[in-house]
Design a protein around this ligand. Structure first.
Ligand code: PLP
Length: 499
């Protein structure tokens, strides 16, 4: 090409194909939320090129879109994405591109964020306790769906909307949360008799009425939904109110190393069966998944600041993206990232970098703040020679990861990288091993090494015919496989702009 000639469109497209990482896709160009925001071929490339000192949220667009499409396809009703779970603008855009148009928002800021991105988004304010100002402004923004679990909140809603006649009011029913790894039953939800009263009152003032509930996050047993739907039916019957919408909330599980749930299909089947009487009466079915939609859609790339024996001090922690690993003691899949220098085909030896040890040992993580609670017991299995300066990919952190960050002790990172076309290595359910573990019990290191040496079993999406599994804590495949696993359902297309 002559030096001063402008490249033709075909030449530009060709160059982008050759060097996709140099092209900033418009779907992720949101500097205020994600800075800097780049496209990388793999997580290793993020480490190699950015050499990040701060944690980086690595988003896998295909994993986000695949799961959103899966929910839309399987759920017999309307799917609302629970924005709180990961409000990243790029995540929201991938959701939208996959067909999600309904968003469950918990605050005015979330409502404004979604409305700012998508003019046609349908917003639903499903937080049962809202400030008067939030109600007023939300109504002015066009939001008509609100949840409540008390007479006082119903009063506020009526006063702040000047007794609007076009409200759709959802009574949040108290339901059991004991099948969930994270019980949410202690804060919201009206007892059945109170819910029946509220439903009767709501029927008189609202255009439409519904019942909603939340069975707790990372719900491990479909029976929890069946029981909650049964309770909602009882309340509607007792109140003698025909409900227009049943919103079964969030709670759908993701797959973590020590929390392996039955497949999504088992939950959907149970929900369909239990809700059939309401569907037959003409009621709509809604759900508000958060975790299950995005958990596999992002990983955190963190760096080791110091090693003390089997304790790794890393640059992210309980006050950052690892709340669930610290406060709840959940294990996340991990992988050492020690990029070699040089181009394709270079070995660690050529580059002068040491290849990681083949022996895997359990580590604990310590976060960057000075607080004693800022530690994560894991155990996290990593090569024995993991050291200061290494990076670690912590998978399955698309849900309640970066969104939980505080600025405590001055640690905070908004760096987001889009990883494409490499698949999220921990995206979908893996084949189960037979052995049953108690939480926190370290896996034998040898298992992990043998997993590395084994040919990688392709990940499979759960089949609709799979039987629901028992609620149990069962060891996943060993963590830390150095290979990048290609999950099925990954298209070859680039992360397109949602707009
Ligand atoms: C009202 C509501 N809907 C949906 C969700 C999303 O739940 P999950 O991430 O467990 O699917 C939450 C989470 O707290 C919630 O409070």
């Amino acid at each position: 090409m002559p030096r001063h000639r402008k490249p033709t469109a075909a030449e530009r497209r060709n160059k982008e194909k050759m060097e996709p990482h140099r092209t900033l896709p418009s779907s992720t160009a949101t500097p205020s939320l994600t800075t800097p925001d780049y496209l990388f071929r793999s997580i290793d490339e993020v480490a190699k090129r950015l050499k990040p000192e701060a944690p980086v949220q690595c988003v896998f667009p295909e994993a986000v879109r695949t799961q959103a499409k899966r929910f839309i396809e399987l759920f017999p009703g309307t799917v609302l994405y629970a924005v709180k779970c990961n409000p990243g603008a790029d995540i929201l855009r991938h959701m939208y591109a996959a067909g999600i148009r309904h968003f469950d928002v918990a605050s005015l800021d979330e409502a404004r964020l979604v409305r700012g991105l998508f003019k046609d988004a349908k917003l639903h304010f499903m937080h049962p306790v809202k400030s008067r100002e939030a109600i007023r402004r939300a109504y002015r923004m066009g939001i008509r769906d609100f949840s409540l679990d008390s007479a006082a909140e119903l009063m506020k809603l009526m006063e702040e909307t000047k007794s609007a006649r076009d409200l759709r009011l959802f009574i949040r029913l108290a339901v059991a949360g004991n099948a969930a790894a994270y019980d949410l039953s202690g804060k919201f939800g009206a007892a059945p008799s109170v819910a029946a009263d509220l439903l009767r009152h709501a029927r008189k003032v609202a255009a439409k009425v519904g019942i909603c509930f939340h069975v707790g996050s990372q719900c491990m047993d479909p029976v929890a939904y069946t029981a909650a739907i049964g309770r909602a039916l009882d309340v509607a019957t007792k109140a003698k109110v025909k409900i227009d919408i049943l919103d079964i909330g969030g709670g759908f599980p993701a797959t973590y190393p020590n929390l392996i749930p039955p497949p999504l299909e088992a939950f959907i089947d149970a929900i369909k069966g239990a809700a059939q009487p309401l569907i037959d009466q003409g009621a709509e079915l809604w759900c508000e998944p958060g975790r299950a939609m995005v958990a596999a859609g992002a990983a955190m790339l963190v760096r080791v600041t110091l090693r003390k024996g089997r304790r790794l001090y890393i640059n992210d922690g309980t006050y950052g993206s690892l709340f669930d690993a610290g406060a709840l003691g959940w294990r996340f899949p991990v992988r050492l990232v020690r990029p070699q220098k040089g181009g394709k085909g270079n070995t660690y030896k050529d580059a002068g970098a040491r290849p990681p040890s083949e022996k895997f040992v359990p580590f604990m993580f310590y976060g960057p703040t000075c607080d004693n609670l800022d530690k994560m017991k894991g155990p996290f299995l990593l090569p024995e020679d993991t050291q200061e300066g290494d990076w670690i990919e912590i998978g399955m952190l698309g849900a309640y990861g970066s969104t939980m960050q505080t600025r405590f002790n001055g640690f905070h990172s908004e760096v987001v990288a889009t990883v494409w076309p490499e698949a999220a290595p921990f995206a979908f359910e893996r084949p189960r091993r037979k052995s049953v573990m108690t939480p926190g019990q370290p896996e034998p290191a040898t298992q992990q090494v043998s997993a590395m040496r084994r040919a990688v079993t392709p990940l499979t999406m759960p089949k609709a015919t799979e039987q629901p599994q028992q609620l149990s804590l069962i060891a996943d495949e060993p963590q830390g496989s150095q290979q990048s696993l290609n999950a099925p359902g990954h298209s070859q297309g680039p992360p397109l702009s949602a707009k």
